[in-house]
Structure formats: structure tokens, C-alpha cells
Design a protein around this ligand. Sequence first.
Ligand code: SF4
Length: 367
Amino acid sequence: MNNRNQMNLKLQKEFLGFLERDNENKNENKNENENENENDNKKILKKEKEKKIKQKKKRKRHNEKEKEKEKEKEKEKEKEKEKEKQKQKEKEKEKEKEREREKEKERKNEKKELKIKIKKSHNKQWSDRIYNILTADSNCKNDCKYCYMKAMKNRFFQTDLEDFTLRVNEKKVNKGWRNNKSKPKLFMFPSSHDIFDQIVDDYIHVSKKIIFAGNEVLIVTKPSLVCIKQIINQLSNFKKKILFRFTITSDDQDILDYWEPNAPSFEERLNCLKLCYKNGFNTSVSIEPYLKFPNTLIKKITPYINDYIWIGSMSGLNTMKNIKIDEKKRLNTLYHFDNTLKLVNEFKNNKKIIFKTSIMSKIINNL
Ligand code: SF4
């Protein structure tokens, strides 16, 4: 090999070395650049990420605030609704008060009306005079448990309560009657006993005398068909001078059997009423003491009444001896103010009905 070639080879080697080093440098630079770029990218990404996080947080805060606002709005709405409800309730309360005031007004008017009616009927009297033909110590055979006459006779005459002998007071039967035509009186006859077949002739005899003297007779009885038929037959010419008032205290025979053990049955009394009515007599009924709420009884007797129906309660119930406890309880409930008021309200517009003092005073005192 010549020198020239050797030089070329050397140059070639140097050139290759140079290229190699250059490449290396380039690669190094490239790597450095790449690293720098990568770092830059990372930074950018990090920044982006941070930015996004920030934005996200911001959005979140914003959303939360919006939600809060929404909630506030909801709360406001709820408050408004609550206020509206409250207003509605206030209105309802006011309406309720108004209704109460109206009711109270009605009640007052009702009471006023009731009191006037009661006072009016209170002025009506059964009779001007009373008359009896049995001696004062004779017990009434009907033996009603609530009979105040029985207790009185026993107290004042020491009568034997089991003795039902009818002792007629001859003096009273044979008494002469002064003409009273200028001042006729209504005689309640009898008032302290009843009319029985043993005394019906005397009864008719005295009734005629009372009527001939110019008076009228109010026949108060728990009627038996035997007696009423005779009275109708013998006093038919004096229809205008006679008013029958039959005592019918209940239409429940079991109740009558207990309280009025020897008196005619309900059916018999009703038949007597029908008979008198059909024969053109003046008829009325006394439901005193009423032993049951008298609505059904009133329905049954009303068609045969051309005068009045009187209703009264029992007096002295709680001091009565030998009365079943259940019966006392039942009647105390029946005569309780609320039920008495119910009775009066139910029949206050019935023009045929008059309430007696026992009922009227209870109502007046409690209204
Ligand atoms: S009918 Fe009259 S008087 Fe005779 S026991 Fe009865 S309540 Fe007394």
C-alpha cells in the first residue's frame, strides 16, 4: 500500500469516526431534546390536569351553590305553603267559630221558644175542683207502685197497705149540689182513687148531680171496659159536659204489670179510649208518669184524642222503697235532663201535647 492509500484510509477512518461521534452527539441531543419535550409535555399535562381539577372543583362548588339555592327556594316554597295552610286553618277556625256562634244563636232561640211554650202550657189547669167518693183511708185497688196517695194515706191514716176494701163515703155520695150554672166549674172526679165496678153506680149518680148543678166533669181513670161502658150508656146525654182523661203510662205491658199490677191492661185502656171517641165524647190521655219514651204510645192513641195528651214524669222515684234497682236506673236515665229535653224537642210542635210541671220545671231550671 502506498502512502496515498494509507492517507485515504486514515481520512476515511477519521471521517467515519467523525460521523460516529456526530451521530452520538446528535442522539444525545435528540435524547436530551426528547427528555425536555417529555418534561414539557408532562408539565403541560400536569397543568392541564390541574386546570381541569380546578375547573371541576369550581363546577362542583357552583353546582353545590346552585343546589343550595334550589334548596333555599324549596324551603321558601315550603314556608309559603305552610303559611298558606296556616291561613287556611285560620279561615277554617273562623268559619267554625261562626258556625258555633250560629248554633248558639239557634240554641238560644230554641230555648226562648221552648220557655215560652212551656210557660203557656204551664198556665193550663186540669180542673177547678176535685171530688172523691171513697173514704180517705181507702186504698186504691190498682196498687200502683208510684202512687203518692198510698204513701200519704199510710202516713196520715196508718192504713194497711194490703187492705183494698173500697169504703164509700155515703155523705159525699148523698150530698146535695147547689145550682152553679152562673159559675160552672170543672170537677176532676175522682182524684185520689179510681173507678171500679163496685162503685161505678155511685160514681155515675154523683157525676149526674155535678152536671145537673151546671158543672162539668173531668173523668180521670185507668179505665176498665166494664165501668166505661156503663158511664157511656148512662151519661151519653151529657157528652158536652164530660171530658175523659185516661191514664196510660206505657204501651209496654211488662212495664205496666210491674208498676201498675192491678190496673187494666194497655189494650183494655186503648179500647176504652176508642169507645169513648167513637161515641162522641171528649177524650184526652194522661201519660203521667211516662214509664217509657212515649213516642209509640203517642202514635197509637193520637187518632182517638180530640182534646190533649198530657205528659209528666214520676216524682220521688229515688226515695221509693221496694223498687227493683234496674227499674230505678232505667227510669232515672229516662228522666235525665238530656232525655227530657229530647222528649220536649220531639213533641214541642205537636199541638195536642202538653208537658206537665214535672217536665217543664226540669227544662226551665236547666236551660
Ligand atoms: S190508680 Fe191512681 S190512685 Fe190508684 S193506685 Fe194508681 S196512682 Fe194511686
